[in-house]
Design a binder for this molecule. Structure first.
Ligand code: CAO
Length: 438
């Protein structure tokens, strides 16, 4: 086999897209772990290095059961192996170096400068393993903020999401979706896979950097589109326009306006007085305008020049959605879904997390998965949202802290017993906890 060829899949793990790829997972909290979890679901062998005794800080955060790994941790670290390793201990550093030589990709999301302080400069890593890809999440790219520590909501604010989210008369809002952390992890995973592909030709590793600000901005790109459109007149699809209010210099918060060219809004459905999620997103897509008129009992709007065309409707969107809402309020969100989809009107029921957790179809596709954990018991998680016909994702529980320390020293790095004893005696691996195989 030429050194440029990808490694062959291990016989026991045949059939996964990233079989044979070895990931040195030096990630913590959310952004990095979501990236390496995706790679693990595609078949990569992900070895997570954790500080002895405490491990990834999320193990102990937002705990719902005392002394049990939190859901925060378990839901971000499936299909990985865990080794406890103090990388500042000389013996720990010895193990780390061996892992760098063994792996294909090092993924990290430490604060800026941490890797260098550990002695892991690009030159150092590359000397040990010229094929190593070093993939990092940082809050900001090079520039005035490059040294800042960053969490999810900082990225949402700096990436243009918060200033454009919320209602125009209210403060900026962060979203429930973790676009800063999980969004950047997803971007990074793509960068890693692309770098692995390029390595097939070059034989060399490279650095892959995803700044959370950049990742959020990439997801908010339609708002930068609107910023430039503002120079040429009002944003006519924004409710602000139909309400007769002028625009300022920057893209405003647009409430529940649709981001595309098809106006939409969230409307009340039957039961909204007591159920906070009895709402539906309703899109007045131009090709189905006539069907909408028939459904809501306004057949005259099909031919009335004041309503017939999308441009004629734009200044009246508020009144039009109020009329549609009179109709949706007579039905449950699921009835509206059924009636509208039968005539191709795009609508979206506002699903609560409870409804999603109980959704049978999401369970069937493996998007919502029940996992068993030795100390927690059964819990629900989100499986791999990317489905591949030849690389099925099986969701395996997250590792206990240091569960695979011995296995990695002995079977992966193939250290002799004497060396293992010395490493353990030095305290570099803490007190390894091991569970019998389930
Ligand atoms: N052995 C020994 N030391 C270890 C270790 C190990 N196995 N693993 C980590 N450490 C040490 C590091 O060397 C570092 O120490 P120094 O600062 O003395 O060099 C320290 O632990 C952790 O560094 P940190 O600054 O990354 O951690 P923090 O909790 O202070 O900051 C965060 C957390 C997320 C703000 C920061 O890591 C960051 O900005 N990351 C980049 C952006 C990012 O990913 N944010 C998303 C987080 S999810 O919302």
């Amino acid at each position: 086999m030429s050194k440029n060829e990808p490694k062959k899949a291990a016989a026991t793990e045949a059939g996964k897209a990233l079989d044979g790829v070895r990931i040195l997972d030096f990630t913590h909290v959310q952004s990095g772990p979501t990236c390496t979890q995706l790679l693990a679901w595609f078949g990569a062998d992900v070895i997570k290095i954790e500080k002895p005794g405490t491990g990834d800080i999320t193990r102990g955060q937002l705990r719902d059961i005392p002394d049990v790994d939190s859901l925060y941790f378990t839901m971000l670290n499936h299909n990985k192996r865990s080794i406890e390793l103090d990388t500042k201990n000389p013996k720990g550093k010895e193990v780390l170096d061996a892992l760098i030589a063994y792996c294909d990709v090092l993924v990290e999301n430490f604060a800026p400068g941490v890797l260098d302080r550990m002695g892991l400069t690009w030159d150092y890593i590359h000397k040990l393993n010229p094929r190593m890809i070093v993939a990092s999440v940082k809050g900001f790219g090079p520039g005035p903020y490059e040294d800042c520590k960053v969490y999810e909501n900082v990225a949402q604010c700096a990436g243009g999401s918060a200033s454009t989210t919320g209602f125009r008369d209210g403060p900026p809002l962060v979203t429930g979706a973790q676009i800063g952390d999980s969004g950047t992890g997803l971007h990074l995973a793509l960068g890693i896979v692309a770098a692995l592909y390029q390595r097939n030709t070059t034989g060399k590793g490279q650095k892959v950097l995803c700044a959370m600000q950049d990742g959020v901005l990439n997801l908010a790109r339609v708002k930068l589109r609107d910023q430039q459109r503002l120079a040429h007149g009002p944003l006519k699809e924004y409710r602000q326009h139909s309400d007769g209010l002028p625009f300022g210099k920057a893209v405003p918060r647009s409430g529940n306006d649709s981001g595309g060219g098809q106006p939409g809004w969230i409307l009340k459905c039957k039961g909204w007085e007591t159920d906070p999620d009895a709402y539906i997103y309703f899109i007045t897509q131009a090709p189905v305008w006539e069907a909408i008129c028939d459904l809501i009992g306004e057949p005259g709007w099909k031919t009335d020049p004041g309503y017939k065309t999308p441009n004629a409707r734009l200044p009246k969107l508020g009144a039009i959605f109020a009329r549609i809402e009179q109709w949706t309020m007579t039905k449950t969100k699921f009835e509206v879904m059924e009636i509208c989809n039968a005539v191709d009107i795009p609508v979206g029921p506002i699903l609560s997390m409870k409804e999603i957790a109980e959704d049978e179809s999401l369970r069937k596709t493996g998007t919502v998965v029940e996992v068993d954990h030795p100390t927690r018991g059964k819990y629900l998680t989100v499986g791999n949202p990317i489905k591949m016909s030849d690389s099925a994702s099986e969701v395996k529980r997250s590792p206990l802290l240091g569960e695979h320390t011995d296995e990695i020293l002995r079977d992966v790095l193939k250290f002799p017993e004497k060396q293992i004893e010395e490493i353990k005696a030095s305290g570099a691996t803490g007190q390894a906890k091991r569970m019998a195989a389930e």
